[in-house]
Design a protein around this ligand. Structure first.
Ligand code: HEM
Length: 413
């Protein structure tokens, strides 16, 4: 076992302090090595084969409540986020609850359903670009990368889009302000209160039979019916599910667009290749996820019994971090792993996870990112960073790998 402790904590000090250096050190040290994420000790896996095995290992649970008392002392951020009045979601539950919860929404995220959302997503993208372009500069994160997926997922769920700014403010704190658990808890309480009111309002509309109009088919109304008619999920689970979909539905794609754009700005040849041949957009998106996944450390897993691997002995209750942000650079799988290559074989990666918790929003994220990158590159000429690269900062989030802001300059085409 290595004596070096791998620190997965995102650095707020500068863009150069790179998580990928920690991943490389972990990879050298062994298949499963001691690591810490914002005060939470555990074990990190960076190799693709090992990660794949761990994703389906029955000795690992996705339910953090197993370790809750112990979390409160050592990682108050994790405790606050896990227990702040939210019932287990599909992401944080094991079978059979997991299957029951996932089945309720899976049909809304099939490739066919997602393709039906393409025209509306394109409209939103065009509107955002039209607003940005005349200025010649923008914060690509807040002006574009947040708005696009947030509006899509709110419309899909039937959450009023005019409330997006409040929701975004709370979710930024909830996801990336772990230094101050009281602030995190307050943001989570605001989200809880907001969703509670919204669900009551929509339940009353459904009961009066007035849930018509443009939101008649929205997912939240369908979930309310599943609660009322089928008893297939309880009130607390309904709230938790809505929160999970809203949050996972935008934070991830937002940072895929942000991290991917940064990669393009750092690599003018790649930028030109993509601009000259937009049919390579899909392959580029897979490379962005492989190289710098917005979910660098996939949701935590908790050992339910002892696990031995190499020199590692994981005790029951201990955390395992499956580093999906590292598996994409595994040199045993990829040639020149650190280099983007839109013609790469094999191009598959574990960025969307593996096994029963495989990302339910993968098709949606790919469609949104496809529209975003095609739109951005066809609308903007001379796209460049608006500040020196050393001024950029990663968010200090245990869940998300993404930039706080990404100032860019451009001229409209
Ligand atoms: C699960 C990544 C976009 C919703 C996951 C997991 C990963 C992931 C790694 C597995 C977590 C685990 O095993 O514990 C990503 C990435 C995205 C993305 C990299 C964008 C590039 C989205 C979107 C949605 C979404 C747009 C919108 C609905 C979910 C949900 C789960 C999940 C609900 C839990 C599934 C389950 O537990 O069965 N995602 N995701 N994701 N993702 Fe995504």
């Amino acid at each position: 076992m290595t004596s070096e402790l791998i620190d997965l904590t995102p650095s707020a000090t500068g863009i150069e302090t790179d998580l990928h250096q920690e991943f490389a050190a972990a990879r050298k040290a062994g298949p499963l090595v001691p690591a810490v994420l914002l005060g939470l000790p555990g074990w990190v896996a960076t190799g693709q084969e090992v990660a794949r095995d761990l994703f389906t290992d029955p000795r690992l649970s996705s339910n953090p409540r197993l370790a809750a008392p112990h979390l409160k002392e050592i990682a108050p951020w994790a405790f606050a986020q896990i227990t702040a009045g939210f019932a287990p979601s599909m992401l944080s539950s094991d079978p059979p609850d997991h299957n029951r919860l996932r089945r309720l929404v899976s049909s809304a995220f099939t490739t066919r359903r997602v393709e039906a959302l393409r025209p509306r997503t394109q409209e939103i993208c065009d509107e955002l670009l039209a607003r940005m372009l005349p200025h010649g500069h923008a914060d690509l994160i807040e002006d574009f990368a947040v708005e696009l997926p947030l509006r899509v997922i709110m419309e899909l769920l039937g959450v009023p889009v005019e409330d997006r700014h409040s929701f975004r403010e709370w979710s930024v704190v909830a996801v990336s302000d772990p230094e101050d658990p009281a602030r995190t808890l307050a943001a989570l309480a605001s989200i809880h209160g907001y969703l509670d009111d919204l669900i009551s309002r929509k339940s009353a509309e459904a009961a009066r039979g007035t849930a018509g109009g443009e939101h008649e088919q929205d997912l939240l109304t369908a979930l309310i019916a599943a609660r009322d008619e089928g008893g297939r999920l309880n009130a607390a689970e309904l709230l938790s599910m809505t929160f999970l979909l809203l949050l996972a539905g935008h934070e991830t794609t937002t940072n895929l667009i942000g991290n991917g754009t940064l990669m393009l700005l750092r690599d003018p040849v790649l930028l030109r290749t993509l601009r000259d041949d937009p049919s390579l957009t899909g392959a580029s998106i897979e490379e962005f996820i492989r190289l710098d996944s917005p979910v660098a450390v996939a949701a935590l897993r908790f050992a339910t019994e002892e696990i031995r691997m190499g020199d590692a002995v994981v005790a029951p209750g201990e955390v395992v971090f499956i580093a999906t942000g590292a598996t994409g650079r595994d040199p045993d799988v990829y040639l020149d792993p650190d280099v983007p290559d839109v013609h790469r074989e094999p191009a598959r990666h574990l960025g969307f996870g593996h096994g029963i918790h495989f990302c339910i929003g993968a098709a949606l994220a790919r469609m949104e990112a496809d529209i975003a990158f095609r739109g951005l590159l066809s609308a903007c000429d001379d796209l460049a960073l608006g500040v020196p690269e050393e001024d950029l900062r990663w968010r200090r989030s245990p869940h998300i790998r993404g930039l706080r802001n990404l100032p860019v300059v451009f001229s409209p085409r």
